[in-house]
Write a protein that binds this ligand. Sequence first.
Ligand code: PEP
Ligand code: MG
Length: 790
Amino acid sequence: MAQTRDRFALIENLSSIGGEPSRDLRETLDLIVATVAAGLETEVCSLYLFDPKRERLVLRATVGLEGDSVGKVSMRVDEGLVGMVIETGEPQAVEDAISHPRYKYFPETGEERYHTFLGVPVQNGRERPIGVLVVQTRRRRKFTAGEIRLLKAAANQVAQVLSHYRLRETLATKEKERDEYRRRMIEATRQLKDYEKVGGKTRVAAPVRMRRPRLVGLPASPGFAHGVAHVVGTFLSTIDRTRRARDPKSELKRFDEALARSLAELAALKARMAPLMPEDDLRIFDGHRLILADEEFIGRVRQQIEQGYAAESALFRVIDELSASMLNVADAYLRERANDFRDVGHRVLRHLRQEGGKALSRRTILVADELTLSQLTLVSHENMVGIALQSGGVTSHAAILARAFEIPTVVGVEHLMESVSEGDDLVLDGNSGVLYINPSVEVEREYDSLHRRYETFKRELMAAHGESTSTRDGYPVQILANVALLADLNLALRYGAEGVGLLRSEFSFLTYEDFPDEDQQLKLYSQMLSAAGGRPVTIRTLDIGADKYPPYLRVPREENPFLGWRSIRISLEMSGLFKVQLRAILRAAAHHHVKILFPMISSLEELRRARELLGEAQSELYKEGLEHNPQVEVGIMVEVPSAVWLAPRLAREVDFFSIGTNDLIQYLLAADRNNPKVAHLYESLHPAVLSAIADVINVGRAAGKEVCLCGEMASDPLCTLLLVGMGLTQLSLSPLFIPVVRKLVRDSDYQTARLIAHDTLEMASSQEIKGYLIERYRDLGLIQMVEMYR
Ligand code: PEP
Ligand code: MG
């Protein structure tokens, strides 16, 4: 960074810039930013000036950001880190700008490469700021006080240069124009003053400071929540096991009452969960009820109470003893039951302490390592506004349930349990997976306003429900849902899905203790199909392996699991098990509209072998006289690059294609979909990806075969117009994104979408494509729908 002697050089250089009469404003500003960047040795220097007519801060000059964005990128004073500089009137230094709540992303600037941000107001003396001077660096770093002072000095110089320039311009204009100009400047200053006043008082500049940590996890259910922390799951171990009570009789009475309340709660919980879970999963409630009625368990606790222990201590001693003896055995089933015992213990303990209602008297965010069954009661409580879990992934049971109840949720939050205490003030962002602990007033205010905007927006979207979807000029697009469990399906229907485009059958398999047999699977699929109420359902056969292994499938560790033994490869090798699944699907399809989808097909041989096994399953059922559907349509996921090139040949042997962009992108671009280190290379808008998608759609259309797209790209509102314009007539997406995608389709024209697709397919880089799409959405007045979900 610049030394003191450079400071004078920088200031001197800046003041000499203003003295050159032949230079126009644009050139002058360009020179200023180049001089500041060179003087401060930063990769980026940009100047934003307040445009009073538009009431926005506009990027007027830059080095480091994309030159094309000058004059185009703008923001309100209450937006972005740049706006924050004007709002506070103070320098803002942010080490990791991208993850700051006020960060506003403008893809057309290419600024995602830069991490550290320092912005200072551009102002003449104590006058109101007229702009912001920003420097950014690629490397995360801290700016010293000296460096901040230097940028401030540079900004003062910039203000002087600007006012000289303006003065020169003003002198050159006629008297009348000068008066008008002055009037506008006065108006601009007045507006700036208004921005700085809150409730009649001048606002005291208060830079945003995180007083406590900000934790990052995975966004598992969208939305924003602000509430107090209720930490659960750890308190059993905090009980004093030696506490004694004076009156065993009243302790026994307390224990009996807590038992009765626990039993009633379990029965109510089971009834509430019944429509959301497969019947087999509900058995766990009965298991817990049996523990609560178990004579040995109750007898032991009573005995401890009679020996003088307080009810809580007695309960803890017995639970601890029983679960410890179970944990010591080799049998996995018994070890699992030990957890059930502890879970039951927590429930009774909560009632002993009469904590059921107290914890949720205010808006509450549930904080836990993982969500156990006993905590599900809390999930459906109206004051439960958010969930943060230390373990678990986005596709975990807990995450799926949270989505079913539409509770903003972040999972996989490292260090959560050690960082949050009961009663802490929390702000949870389920859209980007961030949790703030005891945040500053500014962060709270920002999130409260985001939350309000998001909720209003959602309500408006839901108001536009309806059965079918087409563009304004009548091009129909079927909006289907991706679902894993019954809970997802119910949510999808609530959001208006026209059917299920992808039923990921493997998720239900993960909840069993062994491969479910044909009858179990038949029951499972029939339940799902009945819930779909006659709408079409595409059932994908098992897609296990890679990152999804049922606990009972022993698979040796592989070097490259995504390129290894997964998906259809496992099914074709374990053909007995595969046929059981095919038979169950065919039988469930007897009275429903079902399609079968084979995942990860990479060759014609694989498709033919899978169809052969399907044929065998059909003839077996026929011979056995079991009712089934012999006419089920068969399709394949196009998610391996070889299938893109083979598409014309594959099309002859299937009824439909479903493009799985999640895998297709990782295989085409050689970028692991789960590896954060290469996340920047995993680009859905990469020209190669778009061209592969377009090819598959064209092949399908030419062959008269349906083409659906079911990867996460279908849930990205920024891609909707492009995908429709490419000719897709079916999109299958996460239920929560159905309303926004449906509205986008309804608010656009197919002809416009076609032009967008045409232009996009000519472009050479993801960056260019992203910038172009944002610009087009802005022109079409659709950009807000994108911004709400990004
Ligand atoms: C895909 O790969 O795009 C897809 C939908 O399948 P999954 O995400 O289950 O691999
Ligand atoms: Mg896939």
